[in-house]
Ligand binder design. Structure first.
Ligand SMILES: Nc1ncnc2c1ncn2[C@@H]1O[C@H](COP(=O)(O)OP(=O)(O)OP(=O)(O)O)[C@@H](O)[C@H]1O
Length: 281
């Protein structure tokens, strides 16, 4: 079929506009690493009234370090299980880099370490490489280098039952970092560590993140830790509903541990405390 010149030009222009819109949409989607849209979730067969999450929306920008805060039971770990594709929302959708989430798409360190007891620390760290058929030699040298940096030097051949709680936590953390996934979910990774070790782990994680620029979601109850590490903090609502409140942490990088003694830290802490505790139960 042939059209007159003006109609042809109009069709062409519409085509260009549609393409531009598609590119714009693609650009917008690309900028968001994790997206929760109107997500609801209830454990078991309970009614809507007992939903842990209700119509929750959350956008995590690509490459950011984002912490999730909130009182116990507000659904932080549930959000991680949804993003990791271990459970499915009752309503709404969870997208990871624009795709519906599925198991194995993100690196996930659950609250309870799931180290394989029959594998050594090195064996656990090498798991992701073995599953993906990656370069074993490279993975081994990287695992050994990172072990030294996170205080697990000399533990390569130890089994999980031979480690202290804090060492197990670091081994599980290492295994997650070794997954090479663009999105990492860390559920209270340093919860069992003493203050000094925690400080060292912060330094290591900050330098790792600054070099790798991966998207990290981090659950913690430690407000200083959240401010020190994050670009943005989401505070989950007490009834798991709606849009979590968020606070941008506009502090320059690289961040130094001395930051915890500054007036800015105090100010951010106060604001986060207000956001967490001013909520109604
Ligand atoms: N497997 C499960 N079956 C039934 N209920 C569950 C299950 N896991 C969690 N819950 C409930 O869901 C709610 C949210 O739990 P979740 O662990 O996501 O909260 P959280 O904010 O991570 O808590 P915390 O800060 O204490 O780790 C809680 O009331 C909890 O009891």
């Amino acid at each position: 079929m042939t059209f007159s010149a003006p109609i042809q030009s109009l069709v062409q222009q519409l085509g260009i506009i549609a393409k531009e819109r598609e590119i714009e949409r693609y650009r917008r989607d690309w900028a968001v690493a994790v997206k929760l849209e109107q997500v609801s979730f209830t454990y078991g067969e309970k009614s809507e009234d007992t939903a842990v999450l209700r119509d929750m929306n959350m956008h995590v920008p690509r490459g950011e370090f984002v912490s999730l805060l909130g009182k116990s039971g507000t659904g932080k770990s549930t959000v991680f299980k949804l993003i990791a594709g271990l459970i499915q929302p009752s309503n709404g959708q969870v997208l990871v880099e624009g795709e519906p989430c599925e198991a194995g798409r993100v690196g996930y360190m659950p609250q309870k370490d799931l180290l394989l007891p029959w594998r050594t620390v090195l064996g656990n760290a090498m798991l992701a490489c073995e599953l993906s058929g990656g370069d074993r030699k490279l993975a081994k040298s990287r695992a050994l280098e990172w072990m030294a940096r996170i205080g697990l030097e000399g533990c390569a051949d130890a089994y999980p039952h031979e480690l202290s709680g804090g060492m197990r936590q670091r081994a599980a953390f290492l295994r997650t970092m070794m997954t090479d996934k663009d999105v990492l979910l860390l559920d209270e990774p340093f919860g069992a560590l003493d203050a000094l070790t925690k400080r060292e782990m912060h330094l290591w994680l900050l330098s790792f993140w600054e070099q790798m620029q991966r998207t990290v979601l981090f659950i913690t109850h430690d407000l200083e830790e959240a401010v020190l590490l994050s670009d943005r903090v989401f505070v989950l609502q007490a009834n798991g509903a709606g849009q979590p409140q968020q606070l941008r942490i506009d502090l320059p990088r690289p961040r130094k541990p001395e930051l915890v003694h500054t007036i800015q830290m105090l100010d951010y802490r106060k604001r986060l405390e207000r956001m967490i505790y001013a909520q109604h139960d």
